[in-house]
Design a protein around this ligand. Sequence first.
Ligand code: PML
Length: 261
Amino acid sequence: MGENKSLSHCLFSVRMRAATNGSNGKEKQHLSGCERLVSDDQMTTVVQNLLQRVLTHTRGEADTINIQIDKIDGATIRLVSALKIESLEFATVEQAYGSAIASLVEFGVSKTAACKGVELIKNLSASMRGGMVLDAITGERIDSFGDRGIRLSHMDCENESAFLSYLVESGIGGEKVREAMILASKAAFAKNYIAELCWSDDPHYVTGYVASKEIYRRLSPMKLKEDYIGGRMFFVKPNANLDDLIDFFEHQPVLVKTLRK
Ligand code: PML
């Protein structure tokens, strides 16, 4: 599982968000976001790549694109291990939900909480920008951030080519899974974390996942094509301190490493 080492050199957190601004009768809406933790010599290329991504995402045309760059002291960055990847395919969404619930129970979530979790995402009326936090035993939602949820930030892989090789060797690839794996590996390192459940808001992307402190288990299909609603939730121990969790998720810089370079 994770490690608690730090880096000697500083990095830069590059974050980009695209949104509609609510003008011309349109709804004000978050469209997409992406981020990296990179060295200064990679910054220009990374900004260009992220801009290309937010300009070509599938959720509509952006009115506003925000780019934020912050210097990160290497001594504050923690290195954590990438989760082990598994992939399961199902004939129907219902079978995938059943498997998600069984996996969550295997990871330590109660059946009640696992079922509530699936229902909560299924019944969302709009996609969430971040994740909900649920008590892993009672299934009660313990954050009060509504549709926004809690966003994970300040994370990346430690070595891009090693990380991409790790994904390819696991039979997968692409930006979505790259980002989801980094996010899930960071989240798994949080104190009092038990598991995560997620599926995408991308109408063309039907694979979702459940994760534990060790495993990233991909499940497909977790929704039907053309469905614009997705969400994410974290199941935590009943005694988890929400402020500590939010602080770790939002502010702790983390690099995810694979075993080989
Ligand atoms: C998202 O779009 O944020 C969720 C991506 C889920 C990726 C699942 C996978 O392919 O492993």
